[in-house]
Design a protein around this ligand. Structure first.
Ligand code: FAD
Ligand code: SF4
Length: 501
């Protein structure tokens, strides 16, 4: 009896539960490059190239291990370019009696697979299960990441000492907000030259998706597990030590800083979260990196990454439709063109376009902060984040955007909106030096738009936010503003927002 095992582009792990269940002699693995997945939404060229090349390399690896792989390329005759219809076609082709899949990382795909009658195996490539998160969340009014993180730290025994957190504290975030000194050497990121498989894919992507957002070349990313492991090793030895201190810093012309740049590998299965966490803890135990760096990095993976996945599956499908602040404004064109006089936004969009990457604070406190303050429509903002970043999949993108950035879930994920004026961006970056606006001015033609947009946002959303205890100080400052100042803020914001195209 033959069974069909579809493997998706984000399931490139030899330890994938469905692969472990596959009988090499009789079963068939189906991998497919379908247009539907590349164009809904129209993903960044680098992201498509990365995934297609990683899939092709993985298929070769599977064949090398003795699996029978039916691989449908984008150019293959008869390719219907739909994930579900390719499964149906392959099922007929191989006379397969069953379709077995590892649980996909997208609600829509899980529904489609269930409709096809596929058997779904739980995805064990995370450090917590969906059931564990649901049990933890049951009965809680607020779902704060910190408490789920502590539970996972304890259960996995990570950075623990005699049942207590290493160093006596669970979280060293207060030590992780330093600005970048002028004279600091930033190690270059891990890079690989494209091999022949990747070169073929790059040509294919240029042919099929020439109008998609983003620069295809240069293409320096790893596309195999060995490459992804090398990228992780490079991070641990060269950048982790300073990750903690400068996690929130931004500098013009320096997209990578001390970040790991591994999320694209983690999210498609080339790296496992457990190995990343273990490598960071080992470096700390060996005395190579300080505790605030190891803990800060581990919290991102064991904390945030696991938490957003749990939240996604707990709250879908309703989570995607939430819009607690009733934000309706269309996405301004500069999110595609980078043509704006606001230098911080120009830099972050340009780097996103070049690299299909921006680090967390760029995504949150520049690009996201603007989307929040300007009241941009969550559907449009989510679509943008989903297509521009090489690491973006709905399970991780949606909670970060709707929950963390837009407060569209009404405060389920974040205890208050991550809203800030220009002073924050000025403190954490050097963007303001090259900007035509003046970050110290609150109103007027030279004023940094983040400044008046911040107060206008609080003013506009008073009914939804004024009860939030963490905003008491901000609202009391707003309430004490002289009437002419508040009028100027409102007028500046109205004119600015009306001018967005
Ligand atoms: P580092 O800063 O070096 O962090 C290490 C790892 O921690 C990352 O590789 C990632 O796996 C994990 N991590 C860190 N923060 C988060 C987080 N908030 N949620 C989940 N995992 C986290 N991350 C994605 O993987 N995919 C996305 O689509 C995505 N969209 C985001 C959208 C917004 C608006 C924001 C604010 C954050 C988003 N993130 C997303 C989280 C974070 O920005 C990226 O994981 C990180 O920038 C990836 O770069 P890095 O590997 O250099 O990460
Ligand atoms: Fe951004 Fe304002 Fe600074 Fe310009 S002045 S870079 S708009 S924060």
């Amino acid at each position: 009896m033959t069974r069909l095992f579809p493997v998706r582009g984000d399931q490139l792990s030899l330890g994938l539960p469905s692969l472990l269940a596959c009988e090499k002699s009789s079963d068939v693995i189906l991998m497919m490059e379908v247009r539907e997945e590349a164009v809904t939404p129209r993903h960044h060229k680098k992201k498509i190239a990365f995934l297609l090349s990683a899939m092709r390399h993985f298929a070769d690896e599977l064949r090398g291990q003795g699996y029978r792989v039916d691989y449908i390329t984008l150019d293959a005759p008869g390719n219907t370019h739909s994930f579900t219809s390719e499964i149906s076609r392959a099922r007929q082709r191989h006379q397969a009696e069953a379709v077995i899949c590892t649980w996909p990382n997208e609600w829509r795909v899980a529904e489609a697979l269930r409709e096809l009658g596929s058997e779904l195996l739980e995805d064990t490539r995370f450090l917590s299960s969906r059931a564990e998160f649901a049990a933890w969340a049951a009965g809680r009014k607020q779902l704060r990441m910190e408490y789920f993180y502590r539970q996972l730290r304890t259960r996995h025994g990570i950075l623990m000492q005699d049942g207590e957190p290493e160093g006596g504290q669970w979280n060293y975030d207060v030590e992780n907000r330093n600005t970048l000194p002028h004279a600091i050497t930033i190690p270059p990121p891990y890079e690989e030259a494209p091999d022949t498989v990747t070169e073929e894919v790059l040509a294919l992507v240029e042919r099929h998706f020439p109008d998609h957002f983003g620069d295809l070349r240069p293409f320096p990313y790893a596309v195999t597990r060995a490459g992804a492991q090398a990228a992780l090793a490079r991070f641990i030895t060269q950048r982790l030590a300073r990750f903690g201190d400068y996690q929130d810093a931004m500098r013009q012309g320096e997209p990578w800083l001390f970040h790991a740049h591994i999320s694209l590998y983690l999210n498609c299965g080339l790296l496992m979260p457990g190995e990343c966490v273990a490598a960071a803890e080992r470096a700390y135990r060996a005395g190579a990196v300080p505790l605030n760096s190891a803990e800060g990095f581990i919290r991102q993976i064991l904390g945030w990454r696991e938490y957003v996945r749990g939240l996604y599956w707990l709250k879908m499908p309703g989570y995607a439709a939430q819009n607690a602040l009733n934000a309706r404004r269309p996405l301004p064109n500069f999110y595609w063109t980078a043509e704006t006089s606001m230098n911080c936004l120009r830099q972050c969009v340009s780097e996103t376009r070049a690299n299909a990457y921006a680090h967390h604070i760029q995504r949150l406190m520049v690009l996201g902060n603007f989307a929040l303050l300007a009241g941009l429509d969550p559907v449009a903002v989510n679509e943008w984040y989903l297509l521009v970043y090489a690491d973006a999949y709905e399970w991780v993108e949606l909670p970060n955007v709707s929950g963390m950035v837009l407060f569209a879930d009404g405060g389920l994920l974040a205890s208050k909106p991550y809203a800030a004026g220009g002073a924050y961006i000025n403190r954490m970056s050097n963007y303001c030096v090259d900007c035509r606006f003046n970050v110290t001015k609150k109103t007027g033609p030279q004023a940094c738009p983040f400044n008046y947009l911040y107060w206008d946002f609080l003013d506009r959303n008073r009914a939804s936010l004024t009860q939030n205890a963490r905003l008491t100080l901000a609202y009391s400052t707003l309430d004490k503003m002289p009437a002419p100042v508040l009028t100027a803020i409102r007028d500046n914001a109205t004119v600015f927002l009306a001018g967005l195209t």
